[in-house]
Design a protein around this ligand. Structure first.
Ligand SMILES: [Zn+2]
Length: 119
């Protein structure tokens, strides 16, 4: 589950941030018709970043509403990164950089590794 959430979060997040960057560039154009649609693209990009951060929060065992930190763009991303993560197995709260739950030994979002046959 952690792996799928990680992949979804990364793909949606990259698309969202790329859309926002493209819309920002578009908004800088001198010629008015070139700026058309930039605001819509910015909003769509923001929604995608919020979804991506929500999925990332789920990966850390946290509430999906943490995705709203996406409204703060890169600051929200860093804020979420340094949030404590909750063990998917025993629900213990661990420091953001914990790789393995000290109570039950389950891997956290950071400590997850593919099984040997997938490497
Ligand atoms: Zn645990």
């Amino acid at each position: 589950m952690i792996r799928n959430l990680n992949i979804v979060s990364l793909i949606v997040g990259v698309i969202g941030i790329s859309l926002q960057a493209y819309a920002y560039r578009k908004n800088q154009a001198d010629w008015l018709p070139e700026r058309e649609g930039a605001d819509t693209l910015l909003k769509v990009g923001a929604v995608l970043v919020i979804i991506a951060l929500g999925v990332y929060a789920r990966m850390k065992g946290r509430n999906i509403l943490f995705g709203l930190l996406g409204l703060l763009s890169i600051i929200g991303l860093l804020g979420l990164l340094f949030q404590q993560s909750k063990c998917h197995h025993c629900k213990r709260m661990n420091a953001w950089n914990t790789k393995e739950c000290p109570d039950c030994g389950a891997p956290t979002a950071l400590g997850w590794k593919p099984p040997p046959d997938e490497e």
